[in-house]
Design a binder for this molecule. Sequence first.
Ligand code: TRP
Length: 454
Amino acid sequence: MAQLERAKFGSKLGVILATAGSAVGLGNVWRFPYLAGENGGAAFMLVYIGCVLLLGMPCMVSEFIVGRRAQANAARAFRMLGGRTPLALVGYMGVITGTLITGYYAVVSGWCLEYIYASAAGHFAGAGPAEVSRYFADFETDPVRPIVWMVLVFLATHWVIVHGVRDGIERASKLMMPALFILLLIVVVASCLLPGAVRGIEFLFKPDFSKVTGGVFLSALGQAFYSLSIGMGCMCTYASYFGRQTRLGSSAMQIGVIVILVAVLSGLMIFPAAFSVGIKPDSGPSLIFITLPNVFREAFGFAPVLGYVVAVLFYVLLTLAALTSLISLHEVSTAFLHEELHITRRRAATIVTATGIVLGGLCSLSLGGREWLTLFGRPLFELCDFVTGQMLMPFGGILICLLVGWYLSHKLVRDEFTNWGTLPGRYLRLFVFCVKYVCPICIVLIFLNQLGLL
Ligand code: TRP
């Protein structure tokens, strides 16, 4: 049992694929374009890339260090290493954050399923931009359909989770990551060839720094954390399945590069097409869903069958990418319940799935304009996204940096960073400097600015 409990990823490639599978998902393909669209395009993207490299990378390595050292679920890992300080509570916060994300994340994954179905059934054939937008608005506010899809998503996730670490997560990631990447490239080319696409490309690459406000910084910071799956113990849980020879620093860099690449490609897929057919870039969470069907219709007008195949395949792969991320979110809470309450993995997974379905259902219903599901002027769906992405995760990030930078012994950090002295550890000093000073100070400044205190 003990062996089963702390299973290991099978290979080096498995480590990268599983962590990248967690990182790459709707965060990059759906959330990044909609936030970039709302926050001024190019300037947001630059700030985002800066946040990933400067703040995200050190936080990710810190999470890896905590997870691999503790060899336990997020809550126990922070409790073990955080001693009697409040830092011991980071893991619990992460489990709560994860649960909040899991619910609405599954809703958006369900939207992808609907789009597989709708494009396979030919519902978008001949539909112009206005009809596509109406289709989405009708679907999103429907009380039943999105929820049915969401439940299906949860059942698939549940199935992978109860089949264990190596078999489930790793195998699922191995196949589809490269496939998604190739398809993304195809759709980018298609989108950039549309008439008037240049304005979209400019929107994404010509920064207008007058648009950069404190809010833009906080969104970009939150998005950096979100797309890297850090700040809530997810990477920490995965790192507990790493072997002793996994290189923490270079793994993080590889994932960072992949995540930035996918985000930029997603922007290049959405904005040229959105400008070409006249969809506003600040359409919010619906952006990719009202834009993509237009790309497939317009760009593949010369070969409708090809357009059909590319569309269906694209939604399938996007759903799979969403699933690998959802699995990693689910795994955080499942590992927590399984190890802390001493219940079987299956039962732990069932509890997480049931909670997720209830929360996801409420999030989905909140988009139908129901008063009782609107809190602080935002539908529950948006509230979950906002609270986790712009508050809990950056806050978790500060705490993780404080733990690794100030509380853990230098020897422990050095051992983990250099794999017990077998690596040169060239960047160790830079890393320590970042987690000690750069990350906590920058994140605090961004928070203060957002609160109007700076
Ligand atoms: N990073 C994933 C994405 O971009 C989402 C995700 C998976 C996540 N696990 C997470 C976000 C943990 C925050 C924390 O789609």
